[in-house]
Design a protein around this ligand. Sequence first.
Ligand code: CO
Length: 233
Amino acid sequence: MDATCLFERNRRWARRMTDGDPDCFARHLAGQHPPFLWIGCADSREPAEQIVDAPPGELFVHRNIANRIDPDDTNARAVIEYAVGALHIEHIVVCGHYGCGGVRAAMEAAPTPGALGRWLEPVRRLRERHEAELATLADAERKLDRLCELNVAAQVAVVAELPSVRAAWAEGQPLSVHGWIYRLCDGLLRDLRVSVSGPGPDRPTSAGRHDDADGPERVQDADAALVGGQHVR
Ligand code: CO
């Protein structure tokens, strides 16, 4: 495919936008006030704005392979700090998807080499921690999809421990962290019911638990929420 076709599509898109609303781009010059931060997989089949039919200005977006948040990832930390501290976003959505290639790679017997392998190592550890549950599932695709769910829940737990998120809650700022999953086969989102809307009495207050980045205790909480018949493909 010739990359110049993207300019052609861009011109058509801009025309369509202004046909329906002549001032739509002019309004963007005044600034952005998106109500949602979307943390999704970089997978081309999970295009954030399209799957929730969001116009420009509605989603602040961070995407990477397997929708992961590391407590010491400067990029992700900066996105979340800005979204919460400056944009006062009220909802952070961590959205994974079934059939995620990154999660699938973390299930392979042999570790993935290079930067991708380092990036996916926490997903591999998450799989190891949940080996017993995963072993009860009948086939490889169900194991993969369950690990995709567990991965989302683990990232929600990580986001809920970030200093910027905890500071927002300490100041009484309304802020929820949601865990959702997208199904490639029908284009529909599901709520994994692992949302967090405050620090909670059972959560540790220390910010430096990097060893516990995947939050095993919190993931078990998430398991309880997920197990009640929630896993429906
Ligand atoms: Co993916």
